[in-house]
Design a protein around this ligand. Sequence first.
Ligand code: HSE
Length: 450
Amino acid sequence: MNQDTLPRALRVGLLGIGTVGGGTFEVLRRNQDEIRRRAGRGIEIAVVADLNTERARQVVGEGVEVVSDARSVIARPDIDIVVELIGGYGIARTLVMEAIAAGKHVVTANKALLAVHGTEIFAAAHARGVMVAFEAAVAGGIPIIKALREGLTANRVQWVAGIINGTTNFILSEMRDKGLDFDVVLKEAQRLGYAEADPTFDIEGVDAAHKATLLSAIAFGVPVQFDRAHVEGITKLQATDIRYAEQLGYRIKLLGIAKRRDEAGARGIELRVHPTLVPAKRLIANVEGAMNAVMVNGDAVGTTLYYGKGAGAEPTASAVVADLVDIARLHSADPDHRVPSLAFQPDAMSDAPILPLEQVRTSFYLRLRVADRAGVLAEITRILAESDISIDAVLQREADEVDGEGASQTDLIILTHETQEGRMNAALEQMQALPSVLQPIVRIRKEELA
Ligand code: HSE
């Protein structure tokens, strides 16, 4: 490759130089020769905007301009691509929209912004003929957007299911390994730096739901609809249920799931994040610690699995830089012949609805604390039978004596076959009303992921 005949290097304005920004700077610097050979031209960070200019200067040294005003970067005609690494829906949204309006391509790791305001952002980018690339927004370094949008493009995707939040997977792994409850492990995770000081978005499932929303859009060609997602985190999960699940051959993982449903009466897309029993023999059940993994099932390819680091400076930078290389390769192409942002052509999006939770179909794990006396199991199985919910397995522990009169209680664990959420809700209401059911029933959804 004759360097003298290459087009000039693409000039990048980096907004926000925290962990991922620093990683992006370092990867671009370290691998610049390989990147130039792949992209056909250099890619250089020309200016960095960060409120903390001192920190920014420490990261980039003297060779790169540092400013505190992000807007001044967007206004510069010599900047080709804006990389937004600020996060959140506030100023980041304004800056992304302004960058698009100014005709800049945008690379962002901001899943919250795209999951909530993606429709507006992608429409503006399409109208202006610029690209918005976001590989780093889902599962960090795993090229799952690329896989879904390009590698699997022949397929009618049936479902996507992933461990797409490292913090919660770390906590669940620790709960299982050490038999500890959620609160204890969360404190430890914060001490070790695996969980943020304010871990709400992670532990309540919101971060995973942002990512699942983006995956649903790319898998099925539906608009991003975070507000329709069912979002349930891991805060109520008990070590007892992790143990029982283990005895039945399952692990509990926080999964982000997007699934196509074609049955009459329930045609649409399931979009949900919740703790899920997964057969222990599945590879994804064995993804431990802060690692991420995503499964995709397509009609032609069958089930595929993608595994790697979902966060961290250089794994996330790996995705940011891949997007920069994509833009370097495609930016001169006619906008209508680029890979569409959401995999499907903007005028060919589907209006398949996101189904309400009542219509979602899964199998279930139930734990009932019951009085240990004759007929209790029969009462419960009668309700399930009358609700047309089929039982897959039952586990009953030896009774524990609990009071002076010898009355004893026991845990009854039931695995069901697949049923509709609404049907299960009605059955749970009846079971909960039985005098022999002594505590709130625990219900966790189960997926076979075959
Ligand atoms: N907070 C995220 C996680 C990392 O725990 O996976 C960035 O998406």
